[in-house]
Design a protein around this ligand. Structure first.
Ligand SMILES: Nc1ncnc2c1ncn2[C@@H]1O[C@H](COP(=O)(O)OP(=O)(O)OP(=O)(O)O)[C@@H](O)[C@H]1O
Length: 248
């Protein structure tokens, strides 16, 4: 039997004795898109960084496809992480994509062909030569996701991929996330947009004050959160209507 995609086993993070993540246990099941949600400061980004291998837990263990991180603070091969505010390089949209692929040591021509195909896929073909730093928020996010996807990850982690985007840009990122998942790459994402979580995720992880309090199918979680913390969290997001947003 093959190893689970991702396992967090008793993961704790306690810099300077302050407990920020407290015994996180999680084994990826059969979901395609998993959403990590919780209030500000709950530890969502930290969890992604630790799962990616960029930070070492103070206790516990992370495994990706059965492997521990290659060495201290080095990301797992086969994963990609897109930060909430991805940094792009000066240069064109195409330059930004090609840099990602060059790292894989492929010939220039192949890299270019892959990058152009990817730009087409994410709807940025018209902006191939545009300066990356002049892109709109939604375009920047699409480029950052494209750059990560181009590396061929089996797990793509997205930290707040649509924060501060307008509804049209948000919708185009959601469509892209669906396409990535449909291509077979699993997605672990954080989001404060609960409607988005209901639309996209198969599974929800609810983190509060560094503890993983709930885990469940998305529809079950929204219909009947078990902990008072999750109930309170959902009630704090009242403008969102679960029946309208969730068909899961
Ligand atoms: N490398 C680090 N070293 C020490 N403390 C950190 C580190 N990274 C984050 N923190 C602290 O850990 C806590 C959780 O941060 P994190 O960014 O994971 O929260 P979050 O759930 O992603 O919040 P938000 O929804 O606001 O983005 C915060 O108090 C933050 O200041």
């Amino acid at each position: 039997m093959s190893a689970p995609l991702l396992e967090l086993d008793g993961v704790c993070f306690r810099p300077g004795g302050r407990t920020l993540l407290d015994r996180i246990d999680f084994t990826w099941g059969d979901g395609s898109i998993c959403a990590l949600i919780g209030p500000n400061g709950a530890g969502k980004t930290l969890t992604l960084r630790i799962a990616h291998g960029l930070l070492q837990p103070d206790a516990g263990r992370v495994r990706f496809e059965g492997r521990t991180p290659p060495r201290d603070d080095t990301a797992f091969e086969g994963q990609a992480l897109v930060f909430q505010h991805p940094s792009l390089f000066r240069g064109s949209v195409l330059d930004n994509l090609m840099l990602a692929r060059h790292a894989a040591g492929l010939p220039e021509k192949t890299v270019r062909a892959h990058a152009l195909t990817m730009l087409e896929r994410v709807g940025l073909s018209a902006l191939v030569r545009a300066p990356a730093l002049k892109l709109s928020g939604g375009e920047r996010q699409r480029l950052a996701i494209a750059r990560a996807w181009l590396t061929g990850p089996r797990l793509l982690m997205l930290d707040e991929p649509t924060a501060s985007l307008d509804p049209a840009a948000r919708e185009s990122i959601e469509a892209l996330i669906r396409e990535i998942a449909a291509s077979g790459c699993r997605v672990l994402m954080t989001s404060h947009n609960l409607g988005q979580v209901a639309r996209l995720a198969d599974e929800v992880l609810f983190l509060n004050a560094g503890r993983l309090l709930e885990r469940g199918r998305t529809g079950d979680f929204f219909r009947a959160p078990r902990t008072v913390e999750a109930q309170g969290f959902l009630q704090g997001e009242l403008p969102w209507q679960p029946e309208a947003a969730c068909d899961c």
